[in-house]
Design a protein around this ligand. Structure first.
Ligand code: SF4
Length: 436
């Protein structure tokens, strides 16, 4: 029977969720569900959710309130909560939000068509939050829609158990996809016209499948004809090794950008976070990378105000920033997540101290970003054209190999082209340029 039901997916949180939403779209479209252009037009609405920060959960709770009103106007609408909140807050959702029909954790998407068929006949809530040691969605391919780059999940879950992080509890243990299925997916992506891929995992460089580790996987992927650029995110410093640095140094398709999450600079805090590396190890690796890979940019994540962080500990985070000079940083104030080990730590840092540290850190990072970007002025970079710039349809924005955003006046190039751009200026996180 021809399917007439429509679906819409709203995505919150990290790139893994973006990928999973594309995966769910692929599953729905294989069953001939039609994609709706907006939530209002959809018969089935999925929110793919994030539990990493409280703010992300708050946004989903607020959104569910809006969807409840929509369902009252259009009875029969199916509302599904997918992803980390489904996994983490299943009981809370079922009690507080009885109008939510479907609650599915990140390892249950393969069952969506069956579950929807059950639900489309009136029944109780459909709930499946079983975590799997096996599920990597082998053989299921995402429905990608836009952009010049595609995400490819290579490993799911995380075994690191950083004390502040809920991910190992919401996404389960590490499982790697086979090389064969990754290569097949990348070949399909290239055939669809994408030039760039980003290999994706909570801990991408823990990848291990049939003896193939992450650096070898990168080398295999670069052999795929028609693929121009390979990126990955996020690696864990503990699993970053000389072989991976050598792959960066010798394979031009592997982009010269590494997202290298520091989290904190002091050994005392790193240990409490269970990050399993020391400040000196981190800095030595970053310096080794910079000297081995020309033009490498290094970006990071930093948390301030972790329980027990003293002013001296915080100064050590600033010391690392001054030593590495990150190209940019995602910076956060620590907030406890229920269910994590750090949520039980008693010595929390007062909110005003956290705020003060965050502001000081942002200011230093702002200076480093500008310094790193100004160093590119006068250079010519290969830029992959992504879209019109936000400010003017007479300008394009694109990305250098080392992941800098460049805005320049349009010539005859189109989206998806790789062209040479001379850098003429730097402001904030954006470079400005002209066709070279
Ligand atoms: S490495 Fe740490 S921060 Fe990253 S997903 Fe795993 S537990 Fe969370």
């Amino acid at each position: 029977m021809k399917q007439t039901k429509t679906y819409y997916i709203e995505t919150y949180g990290c790139q893994m969720n973006v990928y999973d939403s594309e995966l769910v779209a692929g599953i729905m479209e294989r069953e001939s569900y039609l994609r709706a252009e907006s939530v209002e037009q959809a018969d089935i609405i999925f929110l793919n959710t994030c539990s990493v920060r409280e703010h992300a959960e708050d946004k989903v709770h607020a959104r569910l309130g809006v969807l409840k009103a929509q369902k009252e106007k259009k009875p029969g609408t199916i509302i599904g909560v997918l992803g980390c909140m489904a996994q983490n807050l299943r009981d809370d959702l079922l009690i507080r939000r009885p109008y939510v029909d479907v609650v599915l954790g990140p390892d249950s998407y393969r069952r969506i068509p069956d579950l929807l068929n059950e639900r489309l006949a009136p029944q109780e809530h459909i709930v499946d939050t079983k975590l799997s040691r096996m599920e990597v969605y082998e053989g299921l391919f995402p429905a990608r829609r836009e952009g010049v780059g595609a995400w490819v999940s290579i490993i799911r879950g995380c075994d690191k158990f950083c004390t502040f992080c809920i991910v190992p509890f919401t996404r389960g243990r590490e499982r790697s996809r086979t090389v064969e299925s990754i290569v097949t997916e990348v070949q399909q992506i290239v055939a669809e016209g994408f030039k760039e891929i980003t290999l994706l995992g909570q801990n991408v460089n823990s990848y291990l499948s049939e003896g193939v580790r992450f650096p070898e996987l990168l080398e295999i992927v670069t052999e795929i004809e028609g693929l121009e650029r390979v990126r990955y995110t996020s690696p864990h410093p503990q699993d970053f090794n000389d072989k991976l640095i050598a792959v960066h140094a010798t394979h031009p398709k592997v982009c010269n950008h590494v997202h290298f999450p520091l989290q904190a600079g002091s050994d005392q805090i790193l240990e409490r976070m269970n990050r399993t590396y020391t400040q000196s190890h981190f800095v030595a690796l970053a310096q080794k990378m910079r000297s081995a890979v020309p033009g490498l940019s290094i970006t990071t994540d930093i948390i301030v105000g972790f329980p027990g962080e003293t002013e001296a500990d915080f100064q050590e985070t600033l010391d690392v920033m001054n030593a590495v000079k990150f190209d940019s940083a995602f910076t956060f104030k620590y907030s406890p997540r229920a269910g994590t080990k750090a949520a039980e730590f008693k010595d929390s840092v007062p909110e005003d101290v956290k705020q003060d540290r965050l502001e000081r850190l942002i200011e230093i990072q702002r200076q480093h970003t500008l310094e790193q970007n100004e160093a590119h002025i006068g250079e010519v970079h290969a830029v992959l054209v992504e879209k019109d710039s936000k400010k003017s349809s007479d300008q394009h924005m694109g990305r250098t190999r080392n992941n800098k955003i460049v805005v320049f006046d349009k010539g005859s190039e189109t989206t998806g082209d790789i062209i040479n751009v001379r850098i003429t200026g730097a402001g904030g996180i954006t470079l400005f340029g002209e066709l070279a």
